[in-house]
Design a binder for this molecule. Structure first.
Ligand code: PGA
Length: 252
């Protein structure tokens, strides 16, 4: 398939503005310029625009880690999709398990964020994934199906190509306990099947399904070798320039 793979660094609540700019500068100096993959980093809100400026003229694109579901108005502390677009941001991560867990984000909230982002021409990285208990109870597919169905409810076919689904099993995030390529591939195949119910078949081929959860330079190649794994969403191992670039260059 001719889809371009994508490697995304989720910096979470790490890096001050000056540290974030320094990391972009280091990445720039390490990238050879002939990368085969799409490269995205997701700094904190305050570092987004400074990083966008620092990344100009490079293949590095910016993602936000969150967005609010209203267009504008009296919502103290929130950031709109339009503000992100104006700051040069191209992607937004929505429904990360840490937001579902610590900030009470439901599938309904996730769905509103997905829609407002797509309508404002942001590309969406929608995160889905089961807990350890859900996996042990054989509920993985049920959970993923619900998160996809509810998260994508009412999303028009025309937006399919602006969508990335990130399969992030919660038991693998920040634990060093990566899903084996076989486990990840099985869920990715299931996700493609379900996307085929939601969107027109020919459009599903344009959607990338990426894996996240303790991806490292050591395991990235085996994961990316799976037919239905189109990229990686990387937390801890993306905070250091050499390790991130090693993963970007997994194919070399
Ligand atoms: P991790 O985080 O790579 O540190 O496990 C991944 C994520 O939460 O996106």
């Amino acid at each position: 398939m001719s889809k371009k793979s994508i490697i995304i660094g989720n910096w979470k609540m790490n890096k001050t503005v000056s540290e974030a700019i320094r990391l972009i500068t280091e990445l720039k100096s390490l990238l050879s310029g002939k990368q085969e993959v799409e490269i995205v980093v997701a700094p904190s809100y305050v570092a987004l625009h400074p990083c966008e400026i620092a990344a100009q003229g490079t293949p590095i694109q910016l993602a936000a880690q969150n967005v609010f579901y209203e267009e504008s108005g009296a919502y103290t502390g929130e950031v709109s999709a339009q503000m992100l677009v104006d700051a040069g941001v191209k992607y937004v991560i929505i429904g990360h398990s840490e937001r579902r867990q610590h900030f009470g984000e439901t599938d309904a909230i996730v769905n509103r964020k997905v829609k407002v982002s797509l309508e404002n021409e942001l590309k969406v990285i929608l995160c889905v994934g089961e807990t350890k208990t859900e996996r042990q109870q054989n509920k993985t597919f049920e959970v993923i199906e619900r998160q996809l169905r509810e998260g994508l409810r009412g999303v028009n076919d025309t937006y399919a190509e602006d969508l990335i689904i990130a399969y992030e099993p919660i038991w693998a995030i920040g634990t060093g306990d990566t899903a084996t390529p076989g486990i990840a591939e099985e869920v990715h195949r299931f996700i493609y099947e379900k996307l085929g119910v939601i969107f027109r078949r020919d459009l599903v081929q344009k959607i990338r399904v990426i894996y996240g959860g303790s991806v490292t330079p050591q395991n990235v190649r085996d994961l990316m070798a799976q037919p239905d794994i189109d990229g990686a969403l990387i937390g801890a191992a993306s905070l250091e320039a050499r390790s991130f670039v090693e993963m970007i260059n997994y194919g070399e």
